[in-house]
Structures are given as C-alpha cells and as structure tokens.
Design a protein around this ligand. Structure first.
Ligand code: MTE
Length: 317
C-alpha cells in the first residue's frame, strides 16, 4: 500500500459467483463433506483437515443484507493482502506455513481478569453464523464474500472489559520464521489495529473464523480475523493472537507508517480521496467494471450514528 505500488487488481481470472451457484455449492459442501472445493485450488490446505471443519457451514444471517454478486471463492482465496508473507497479492501458497494449531489468544488490559484461550475453546463458546458482506480495500478493489464467525460484540462481552476500556486493540501473530515479511524492519510489526468500544459493540462488527462455508483459509487470516465492513479493508486485522482493552487510542499499523494516508477511523467514503488516488469508484474482483463506492461501504444505516458525536475527527481516512 505505501512502499511498493502493486497493480494487484490485474487478476487474470475474473469470474463472479452468482448467489444461486454459491447456495447450491453450500448445500453440496454440507452433503459431501468439506474437501472437494478446497482441493480445487492447488497449494491450499484441505479444509477438512482443519479441526473446526465440522462447525461449518454456519446458519445464514441476512439481517445486514444479501449483497450480490458473490466473488468467486477462488479469487477471494488467491488474491490477498497479507504483508507478513509478502507485499505481493499471491501469498496464498506461502501462507500455508502459518501454524494455526495450537492457537492461543491472549486477552489483556482493562478487563476483569486477563486470560488466554485457545481457538477451539473460543469457537465452542461463540454463536457461529454466516454473513455475506461487502469488502472495500483502500486500494480500490472490492469483493462480496460469505464470512462465518461471530459478532465482535459476543467476543467483547466474553472478555469482560471494565468501564475504563475505550478501545479494543488487536494484533496479528509475530513469527518471522514463518512470516518472512516480518523480517522487514521498515514495517512496525506486529500488525496492529483497533476499534473504539462502541464500534466493536456495533451489531455489524464481526469476527470471521470461516469463509465460503468452511474454516477460514490461512491466507484470509486463519484462525480468526476482524471484519468491519464499513471501513477500509486494512482495519480487518488477520490471524489475531492478542486482544487488549485500553483507555488510550492505539496507533495502528498503517497509521504508524503514514498517518496522512491511513488514519485510525478509515471509514469508507467515496467523496474523500486518498491523497494519491480517488475513492469514488471500485473494481469488484472478478469483473473489469468500475462501480460507484458507497458511503460507509453501503452500511450507513447500521453505523452512521457511531460518528454523530465525532464530526471533528478525520473519520474517512
Ligand atoms: N492483516 C494483517 N495481519 N496483515 C495484512 O497485510 N492486510 C489488510 C487486511 N488485514 C493485512 C491484514 C488489508 S490491506 C486488506 S484489504 C485485507 O486484510 C485483505 O483481506 P483478504 O486478503 O482476506 O481479502
């Protein structure tokens, strides 16, 4: 995003999945077990080998809309931003080295009692569901994908923050042995992102542990990643190992690198250009179109109220 300009949206294969095709496939996945589709992308781990495989597909929740057309699974799982592996979009093979079991998540800071929990115990406690969300990258590509997981609100409540907590700060695994990008000291590792508490408690805010009715692939942020669909994609921190509640607003990864270009709030707004390019339109993965970008990525009815009292902040960059 900052240092090396990549024309990553020039993805060769451009096919979108229609909703009916996805739903048919979803039924098929359930009926046949989970292996057939993952096996169709060479270099990907087999979904049925994931210990959480039996939890998916989760029950669909369309409360927040059913956007279409769905992005093809193959595209969403082979065209990724995961700088810990490389600044290139084709990290999906390299990401298979990410060890996702055992996977401990540390909960610290302003909570009743700090604790650690392993991903499978957490999954057993959370109400899993599937939501189809739009995703808008600050680089102007976009996708529509079915995430499975749980409301961020459920996770926050489980962590029991104290009344002094104003922000929730999340970090990605820091392991340069398997994530070679983390050897590059020009970046402020580990990848860190944060939300204000009311954002984290908003019903739209989601934690993804699955994608396309299966455990979330490593390249998309296994075993758990944030999904805040009204914000630019860089807020959606992947492969979370640490959740800390703070009084002070954190400085996030991209903000630390260049606060003039990547702010803390990072809400999608077509009227506010990035200093180096327009945000008025976006390019859905799998098409050669440019379509208008929507304020809050189309989720204003759920989240605009969060920002009523924050008009003096740089809400859109
Ligand atoms: N999380 C980590 N740890 N590292 C990253 O490089 N990239 C972000 C976000 N989360 C990133 C990350 C950006 S810029 C985007 S657009 C999304 O992940 C991409 O998610 P996807 O690869 O699942 O589409």
């Amino acid at each position: 995003m900052l240092i090396k300009r990549i024309h990553g949206w020039e993805v060769p294969e451009r096919e979108a999945t229609s909703e009916s095709a996805y739903l048919n496939r979803r039924g098929l996945v359930k009926a046949m077990g989970l292996g057939a589709i993952a096996a169709s992308v060479p270099g990907l781990a087999r979904a049925e080998d994931d210990p959480s495989a039996k939890l998916y597909p989760a029950k669909a929740n369309a409360t927040y809309g059913a956007p279409t057309p769905m992005t093809a699974e193959k595209l969403a799982t082979t065209y990724n931003n995961y700088y810990e592996f490389d600044t290139d979009k084709s990290i999906y093979k390299a990401a298979q080295k990410l060890p996702i079991r055992p996977w401990m998540i540390k909960v610290a800071g302003l909570v009743e009692k700090p604790f650690e929990i392993d991903i499978d115990s957490l999954l057993a406690k959370m109400p899993l569901e599937e939501r189809v969300y739009r995703h808008r990258c600050v680089e102007t590509w976009s996708m529509i994908v079915p995430w499975s997981g749980f409301a961020m609100k459920s996770l926050v409540e489980f962590c029991k923050p104290t009344s002094g907590a104003k922000y929730v700060v999340m970090q990605t695994l820091n392991n340069p042995k398997v994530m070679p990008g983390e050897k590059d000291s020009t970046y402020p590792w580990p990848y860190t992102e944060g939300l204000a508490m009311d954002e984290a408690m908003n019903d739209l805010c989601f934690v993804a542990t699955g994608l396309y009715g299966k455990p979330i692939p490593k390249q998309n942020g296994a075993p758990l990643r944030l999904v805040a669909p009204w914000k630019y994609g860089f807020k959606n921190v992947k492969s979370i190992v640490s959740i800390e509640f703070t009084e002070k607003r954190p400085v996030s990864f991209w903000e630390k690198l260049n606060s003039d270009e990547y702010g803390f709030w990072a809400n999608v707004n077509p009227q506010v250009p990035h200093p180096r390019w327009s945000q008025a339109t976006e390019k859905p993965l799998g098409t050669s179109d440019r379509v208008p970008t929507q304020l809050y990525n189309g989720y204003g009815e759920f989240v605009a109220g969060l920002y009523e009292g924050r008009k003096s902040e740089k809400l859109f960059m």
